[in-house]
Design a protein around this ligand. Structure first.
Ligand SMILES: [Zn+2]
Length: 300
């Protein structure tokens, strides 16, 4: 699999789904230009979209990270605009398939993928097949409960992995620690923006005790989530991507410590916990893997 062209823009939320669909159509044509291809040569379009969504009907259902979106038949809208067979997939699930086919999962049969950024998403490959579940909602790793006495999650539950360890929540928990009187080199000095998870990871690496404590607690929660996945799926690889994975050893050393301490010996002996090999391309390669797996006829 080879990437021939890439075009990147911030999502245009100005008119809800209409502006985003128009933007996708325009960007797809621009990426074909970059690759030196014409639309007539394209057999399939695969879209890795924020969920929740139904992969069978191609409908996205009120995604919390897409302002103004209700129930949107994204697959049909794109097929009507482009005349190209389209498949949509949950972005984190598609990334799991990309990592399995083209990244750290090459040559394996079982992989768990976690993406840790604004939220926490994931996907699971079991015996070489992507786990979809009964209604296509399988693999919601971010909403596994880590602490049933923990903070509320936007999904309505409490103590979810996402509520404890997403980039947004690492920043929020650090802010709360400052408000309780914690001392840090990142303490606000005026009207500057509050520190992000990236700032906190950087300060932790430079020895800031409060930043280290908050980041380590989040990394331990991720380690606990990984142990749960190891116990349930017995994977060969647990791959972690997303912005928070850029913290490198600060994250991975703690996650591996938790795995070494708490995972059962038999599944622990066969698992590797790694950073995604595909880096920023994991979502694109995931969409390519979804298109390659599509058994529908190419013509509409
Ligand atoms: Zn949740």
């Amino acid at each position: 699999m080879r990437l021939l062209g890439r075009v990147e823009e911030a999502t245009d939320h100005s008119c809800g789904p209409e502006s985003v669909v128009a933007q996708v159509v325009r960007m797809m044509r621009a990426s074909l230009d970059v690759a030196g291809l014409v639309p007539g040569r394209v057999q399939r379009l695969a879209v890795a979209s924020p969920g929740p969504l139904d992969v069978r009907s191609g409908v996205v259902d009120t995604p919390p990270n897409m302002p103004g979106w209700g129930v949107v038949p994204l697959q049909r809208l794109l097929e009507e605009s482009l005349g190209i067979r389209t498949r949509i997939a949950n972005d984190a699930t598609a990334a799991a398939l990309g990592e399995f086919r083209f990244g750290s999962g090459r040559g394996t049969r079982n992989l768990v993928y976690l993406t840790i950024s604004t939220g926490i998403g994931g996907g699971v490959v079991v015996d070489g097949r992507l786990l979809e579940g009964t209604s296509g909602a399988g693999g919601e790793i971010g909403h596994m409960t880590i602490d049933r006495h923990g903070p509320p999650c936007k999904c309505g539950s409490v103590g979810c992995l996402e509520a404890l360890a997403s980039g947004t929540n690492i920043a929020l928990r650090f802010q709360r620690a400052l408000e309780r009187g914690g001392a840090s080199c990142l303490a606000p000095t005026g009207d500057g923006a509050p520190p992000t998870a990236r700032d906190i990871a950087l300060a932790a690496r430079h020895g800031d005790a409060l930043a280290l404590a908050v980041f380590r607690d989040a990394a331990e929660a991720i380690g606990t989530g990984v142990v749960n996945c190891i116990h349930i799926f017995n994977p060969e690889v647990v791959a972690i991507g997303g912005g928070v994975s850029n913290a490198g050893p600060l994250l991975f050393d703690t996650v591996r410590e938790v795995v070494d301490r708490y995972a059962l010996p038999m599944p622990r002996a066969v698992v590797r916990v790694v950073r995604t090999e595909l880096g920023e391309e994991v979502g694109l390669m995931g969409a390519a893997a979804v298109a390659a797996d599509d058994r529908q006829p190419a013509t509409l």
